[in-house]
Design a protein around this ligand. Structure first.
Ligand code: GTP
Length: 598
């Protein structure tokens, strides 16, 4: 296949603007899927993804399209995940393309993620083709949206296709624009092989399946390949393309997109962004931009029922096979028993993993508040890294503590600048820069402690800007902070799962709030339970859960037995998500209470 006949593209959009529907319609229009398959959305295949409306795993589909010029083109549609936690993956998958369809809802217009995704595509120097979708809606205003694309994004939309993915309108125009405007791949066939990995997943029969795009040279079956980040060498046993069904091929050359199987046992060895080269004739340089993905957010994950500890380990092992950015190690908590400390890319990633464990593996969980990695410099001159607040040494042993900072870029309409700044100030942010952009928009840059972002930053940002603010962040390094460990005592005993690290200035406020919240969340017990928030041995807040007045069963004495049994069952049900901490029954929500605290 001549590269001149290949077009590689992605679809980018704000959530719900119709990315998946459009992808399906394009597949259908080019004959890649049948009537029956059409029922299902082809590109998002995990239940969870569909329910949450986000795409986590990237995939690609090869399509044949006979254009109006009479030529047959090979189009590769590369799917991208759409959330900030996965922005590195989005960026890498966009790098496998020369162009992107920017889908904008004809009724909603340009929204936060439209802009954020536009910038990612633009930074990757893609040809961006606007598509105004859902023109079938009664409240569609395609001309207003066309103007918004020009005013807010500053991108020419005069040729934007007016489409309805639902009604199948505009598909041919979109394909014609792809063929006409997106440049063909420009790699060198004679150069040593360089292929960009933009996704990999684990298959129980074949091992790791790598999704990649050949940039230079040719990849052949039987060839020895080297993954440049690790230097490991493998023999290629299978190459193929997705049409969307897997079809084996004997080689893939410049500009082609497909999958490779090479007896790789672990997705961690085939990192997104890494370069595949020919082991016998290696490329001088890997493709630019590779960055190892490191977990940024940590939390403890415990089975509600301690007997499910081994099941939980198995679940994590299975999830890890497919998720190079998930990490975990065993951990014990006096309050929660045996569990794991897990590392995630961000909060969404954390939530997804928790949900999958509960849903796919049916293990009810208790999770502790998320934390970041602190660098603790001790008075004896040593330095330790702490990702679990309970491991923080005593105050007198600490010389200083440093915490990770991020550079946050937030984009929003002008009128929200005040509220965003207020949130950032509350989160100990340092103002860096502000830039007014076209279309009444502002780009705000702040330096913020990552630890503050892992609490409810997103929620606050979204709710105070009506969902309009976009947010992106990058880690910029460690800075010293005046941090202290806050412990929570229930009935006089430290509950390690409640401990957290907080800035001294906020400690009092947080301690007081958390104690008050716990008083409401923990049900009354048979006895009085004091709740104390302490730093070192100084109590900063105290609340009391009063004793239960009457035994619930008392009502039933003498009454009929079935009612009594029902009541007991109901209690048992309620207890499922309770954990006995010492002698106190604590509900699951209490462990997450720390998350919403400002
Ligand atoms: P995420 O996967 O959540 O990012 O969403 P998406 O951008 O993939 O959107 P999706 O294709 O799931 O569409 C979102 C909703 O819009 C669905 O209910 C679709 O049926 C609907 N939709 C998509 N295209 C059209 C269209 O052209 N017209 C109308 N009326 N509805 C559409």
């Amino acid at each position: 296949i001549s590269p001149a006949m290949i077009r590689n593209f992605s679809i980018i959009a704000h959530i719900d603007h119709g990315k998946s529907t459009l992808a399906d319609r394009i597949l259908e229009f080019t004959g890649a899927i049948t009537e029956r398959e059409k029922q299902e959305q082809f590109l998002d295949n995990m239940d969870l993804e569909r329910e949450r409306g986000i795409t986590i795993k990237l995939q690609s589909v090869r399509l044949r399209y006979q254009a109006k010029d009479g030529q047959v083109y090979l189009l590769n549609l590369i799917d991208t995940p759409g959330h900030v936690d996965f922005s590195y993956e989005v960026s890498r998958s966009l790098q496998a393309c020369e162009g992107a369809l920017l889908v904008v809802d004809a009724a909603q217009g340009v929204e936060a993620q439209t802009l954020a995704n536009f910038y990612l595509a633009w930074e990757n120097e893609l040809e961006i083709l606007p598509v105004i979708n859902k023109i079938d809606l009664p409240n569609a205003e395609p001309e207003r949206v066309r103007k918004e694309i020009e005013d807010i994004i500053g991108w020419d939309a005069s040729e934007a296709v007016l489409a309805s993915a639902k009604a199948g309108i505009g598909m041919e125009d979109i394909l014609e624009q792809i063929v006409k405007h997106i440049p063909p791949p420009s790699g060198k066939v004679e150069d040593p092989l360089r292929a960009l990995i933009f996704d990999s997943l684990y298959d129980p029969y074949k091992g790791v399946i790598i999704y990649m795009r050949v940039v230079d040279g040719t990849l052949r079956k039987g060839m020895k390949i080297e993954l440049m980040a690790t230097g490991k060498v493998y023999e290629v046993t299978e190459i193929g393309v997705l049409t969307p069904h897997p079809v084996a091929v004997s080689e893939l050359s410049v500009g082609e997109v497909g999958f490779v199987v090479a007896n790789i046992k672990n997705v961690k060895d085939s990192r997104v962004g890494d370069t595949i080269t020919d082991a016998d004739r290696p490329a001088q340089e890997p493709l630019p931009g590779y960055r190892p993905i490191t977990p940024m957010v940590f939390c403890g994950i415990y089975p509600v029922d301690s007997s499910q500890y081994e099941d939980l380990r198995e679940a994590l092992e299975k999830l890890e096979l497919n998720d190079a950015s998930l990490s975990y190690e065993p951990e014990t908590s006096t309050a929660l028993g045996f569990g794991f400390r897990c590392g995630f890319l961000g909060l969404l990633h954390m939530e997804i993993i928790q949900e999958r464990i509960e849903r796919e593996f049916q293990i009810p969980l208790i999770t502790t508040a998320p934390s970041v990695i602190y660098h603790v410099y001790q008075t004896d001159g040593s330095k330790i890294e702490i990702e679990n607040p309970t491991l923080m040494p005593a105050q007198q042993k600490i010389e200083r503590v440093e915490e990770p900072y991020i550079k946050a870029t937030m984009m929003a309409p002008n009128e929200y600048v005040g509220s965003i700044m207020e949130i950032c100030q509350n989160k100990r942010g340092q103002y860096v820069d502000m830039e007014y952009m076209e279309g009444n928009r502002v780009n705000l840059i702040y330096r913020l402690p990552l630890a503050e972002i892992v609490y409810d930053f997103f929620d606050q940002l979204k709710s105070s800007t009506k969902g309009y603010a976009s947010f992106d962040y990058e880690l910029i390094g460690y800075q010293p902070s005046d941090l202290v460990k806050m412990d929570i005592l229930l009935n006089g005993e430290v509950v390690d799962a409640f401990s957290f690290i907080v800035h001294r200035d906020r400690a009092y406020h947080r301690g007081k709030k958390l104690a008050a919240k716990l008083r409401k969340l923990i049900p009354r017990q048979m006895f009085e339970v004091p709740i104390q928030a302490v730093i070192g041995n100084k109590v900063v807040a105290r609340e009391t859960i009063r004793a239960m007045r009457k035994n619930v069963l008392a009502k039933c004495y003498g009454g009929d037995i079935t009612r009594k049994r029902k009541l007991l069952e109901k209690q048992k049900e309620g207890k499922k998500r309770m954990k006995s901490v010492g002698s106190v029954e604590v509900p699951q929500e209490a462990f997450m209470a720390i998350l919403q605290m400002d």
